[in-house]
Design a protein around this ligand. Sequence first.
Ligand code: 5GP
Length: 112
Amino acid sequence: MDCVFCKIAAGEIPSKKAYEDDRILAFYDLDPQAPVHILLIPKEHIESAADITEENSAIVAHIFAVAAKLAKELDLAQGWRVVTNVGKDGGQTVMHMHFHLLGGRSMAWPPG
Ligand code: 5GP
């Protein structure tokens, strides 16, 4: 499958890793939108959060637990944000579900 995040998960494309286990990988975004900008992905190819079901939803809880652990380790006590973009109008450009962990600056709401 021609998926850039599957290739990163397989180690075929290099990335700066923040966390890895048998189920997920967290790596630094190439084009950071905040002082801390990490992407958390399942190693299994899931296209987007639109494909989350009761059967596969445990991976999302695991991703959030690792996001919280990384936020603590990276000293984001002032606050942080997790975002997942879904589909064209949601701003998704890579069709492998990923969660952006953003921190290190104050963030506006609502996003543009
Ligand atoms: P999306 O717009 O789909 O929510 O986010 C995709 C993100 O992946 C973007 O922030 C983009 O900078 C990042 N990205 C795309 N290709 C690569 C890559 O090859 N390596 C890394 N580290 N980040 C990537």
